[in-house]
Ligand binder design. Structure first.
Ligand SMILES: [Zn+2]
Length: 396
């Protein structure tokens, strides 16, 4: 086998009903003649949408290529620790909100996966929570304004919102919460809210809807009214009152930690995540919600919005985002010429808004257009990048 330095990737676009018909077309000039909802572009070796590489004239799955020599292609350390490409790199274009969700930490994922296997729950069953034994930390990097919910507001702020609403159906619950403004109090409040059923749920949601429509001048209630058009009758419509709502500006990034509820609302961004499908849902979804399992995997500590943005460190032409997990790293560079990259693991380079050229001192070179990506095996050791725009780089 003649190993190349650079492999241009052919990536899968996933059409989901929350995806945008125009965002990827506008940003990357992707064809979308049949007006599909282009929600996600996947760059990686995940079996549900594995990228393809052109090798000796044949399109080959990235996973098959890696399997030929994981030590050489992933790098020894990554191959030993993960045995596969440990991350999935995506473009995400949301026009409608995604479900409110929580991801288990690594230990919880392992235990949950083992337990459901022992119980014999099939992997694609409606009520299956754990699809694999891995955690799913995520970083999102905004390419446009990117609105999301992430982490709990303080109990006092949540109480204030519900007191303002003054919903008869929730009176006792809100009063009990006001007597116990702690993490425990919030847990009980959150859990009881999610367990509301039948008439109680309907009445509470109807009161919320009326209040929201009468207070559209307030961005929070404007958002709830918008979300109601997407998810009528969904208990998740209360979530903006409990979770931080924030809008990242292009170039800002955020970490989505384990055990922390979050939801993407609208916008286009890059996302990099560990290889996992473990999602426990908490609203804005027709899918299964397992309240006890969700609560057991949730930390009820509040987070300040100013602490949600990911810190970046400028180093030798790169903006390196400080990601607190070993599964992946993420960097961007703007307007660089022959910027040197030392390779320690398999990398993916994505051209954000302009042409990007990579070259190696062995004479190899490749140029990609905006919206395209290159896979760089660990054995490459080093390369140089040049662009008059922005490039993003995923590695570990
Ligand atoms: Zn998530």
């Amino acid at each position: 086998m003649n190993y190349q330095s650079f492999y241009k990737m052919t990536n899968t676009i996933q059409n989901y009903d929350w995806g945008s018909k125009t965002a990827m077309q506008n940003l990357f000039s992707f064809q979308n003649n049949s007006a599909q909802r282009q929600a996600e572009l996947w760059m990686g070796a995940h079996p549900n949408g594995c990228s393809l590489l052109l090798i000796e004239g044949e399109l080959t799955k990235l996973s098959d290529f890696i399997a030929q020599d994981p030590q050489l292609i992933l790098g020894e350390k990554t191959a030993d620790e993960f045995g596969q490409l440990p991350y999935l790199f995506k473009v995400l274009a949301a026009e409608k909100a995604l479900s409110v969700q929580v991801h288990p930490n690594k230990q919880q994922a392992q235990e949950g996966f083992d337990k459901e296997n022992q119980l014999g729950i099939s992997c694609n069953a409606f009520d299956r929570n754990y699809k694999d034994s891995n955690h799913k930390p995520e970083v999102v990097f905004a390419l446009t304004e990117y609105q999301a919910m992430n982490g709990f507001r303080s109990p006092a702020e949540i109480l204030k919102h519900f007191q303002l609403l003054n919903i008869l159906e929730l009176e006792q619950l809100v009063e009990a919460f006001s007597d116990n403004l702690t993490e425990d109090g919030l847990q009980t409040f959150f859990q009881v809210m999610l367990l509301l059923e039948g008439e109680h749920k309907m009445n509470a949601l109807q009161a919320l809807s009326i209040y929201a429509k009468n207070n559209l001048y307030n961005p929070l209630f404007h958002l709830i009214a918008d979300l109601e058009t997407q998810h009528p009758g969904d208990i998740g419509l209360f979530s903006p009152l409990m979770l931080n709502v924030l809008t990242l500006q292009a170039g800002e990034a955020m970490f989505l930690d384990a055990c922390t509820p979050h939801a993407y609302i609208k916008g286009t961004g890059l996302e990099i995540m560990a290889n996992s499908d473990n999602v426990l849902r908490a609203g804005l979804t027709p899918k299964y919600i397992d309240v006890p399992e969700l609560v057991a995997n949730t930390i009820f500590t509040s987070v300040m919005t100013e602490n949600l943005l990911l810190k970046e460190k400028s180093e030798e032409g790169w903006q390196n985002y400080i990601v607190p997990v070993p599964d992946f790293k993420f960097s961007v560079a703007d307007n660089v010429s022959e910027l040197n990259v030392k390779v320690n693991s398999a990398e993916i380079v994505f051209a954000v808004d302009s042409q990007v050229r990579l070259n190696h001192r062995n004479g190899s070179t490749i140029t990609i257009k905006k919206g395209e990506s290159v896979f760089i095996p660990a054995y490459v050791d080093h390369y140089q990048v040049t662009t008059s725009g922005q490039l993003a780089r995923a590695y570990n």
